[in-house]
Design a protein around this ligand. Sequence first.
Ligand code: NAP
Ligand code: ZN
Ligand code: ZN
Length: 356
Amino acid sequence: MAASTARVYCATSPTDPLVPSTVPRRAVLPLDVAIKIHYCGMCHSDLHHIRSEWRKTNYPIVPGHEIVGVVEAVGSEVSKFKIGDRVGVGCMVNSCRSCDQCHHGNEQYCSKCTMTYGVADTIGNLPESVVGPNPVTYGGYSERVIVQEPYVLSIPENLDFAAAAPLLCAGITVWTPIIEAKPGPEKTIGVLGVGGLGHMALKIAHAFGARVVAFTSKAELISLGADEVIVTSDEKSLAAAANSIDLLIDTVSADHALMPMFSTLKFGATYHLLGAPPTDLSFNAFAFLRRRINLTGSLIGGIQSTQDMLDFCGKHSITSIIELMPFNQINEALTRLEKGDVRYRFVLDIVNAFKD
Ligand code: NAP
Ligand code: ZN
Ligand code: ZN
């Protein structure tokens, strides 16, 4: 397949609405998979990037790392995928493939990991003579993406395609702490913040048979697989949950109080940060001194782990609860995401925007 352009929505500043544009997509290289994007989830990380809330964003940026689509071309060395396959792409599109982290399935921690959007594109570590000067990664708010085979995932056939898209970031991100906790009926897993990540954590932890407790500001939250729902502003309910949690998964996107949540942990239990608020979080050391709790965090998950999570979700028929948005309503979706007005993930309907 020759080099092409793809229609996209891009952000040009932290404040302006996203605008339609086009970006270059390279010719298909031997290890490349060209994917016609059908759906792309809208992660809160996209919003952090668009608003330049973390490191300074280099505009224009085409966000989107919860991509599902259909293979439309493959390079001569591709062996795992063929035209017509249902595939997915998450938060990374390359890594060095030779360091310890890459060898141990932790590509996301490789010092040369290439994220799906907004960074210099290393494209299979090929020279500039092959890939052109200064290529940049453009993500899934786009009609097409071209990704090296090792970073492409298979989407189980039984899963609704649009509702599977959020598994590529939200799903794998919550999978990591859940798997590390060796979940089962004897474990109580708490989830703080029931948004895109949080609702997937409830579903996946429940599927492992764990007792699941949702901590939320949403008084209307029904259950989503949680055995108990605690509204965090209700001090009495929060106090009643003291010393009950083995693993607390924090998915909150903004500054929030950690100390009341620490008290829900059992002695020696683990508080796992997944949310990435732009500002610093604070806590008192005595939470750790007196009760020996562990504070940790993680970034998404490796490629094999992502495939394991997808296969598990296929086996247990787990997908995201989504609001499917026409591609041209992307700015309405962003505004609502910013207000927390989404149940529980926006997914952009891209395939129907480009039927011509
Ligand atoms: P989201 O759908 O917007 O959900 C965030 C949830 O956080 C909200 O639903 C809300 O839960 C809670 N929340 C928001 N503001 C709050 C506040 N001021 N105080 C208390 N709770 C608040 O976002 P998401 O897509 O799930 O992403 C969540 C965070 O994880 C973001 O910071 C994102 O960048 C980060 N993230 C990290 C990774 C990783 O690899 N570690 C991967 C993906 C995303 P309730 O309504 O239930 O209270
Ligand atoms: Zn994400
Ligand atoms: Zn590496």
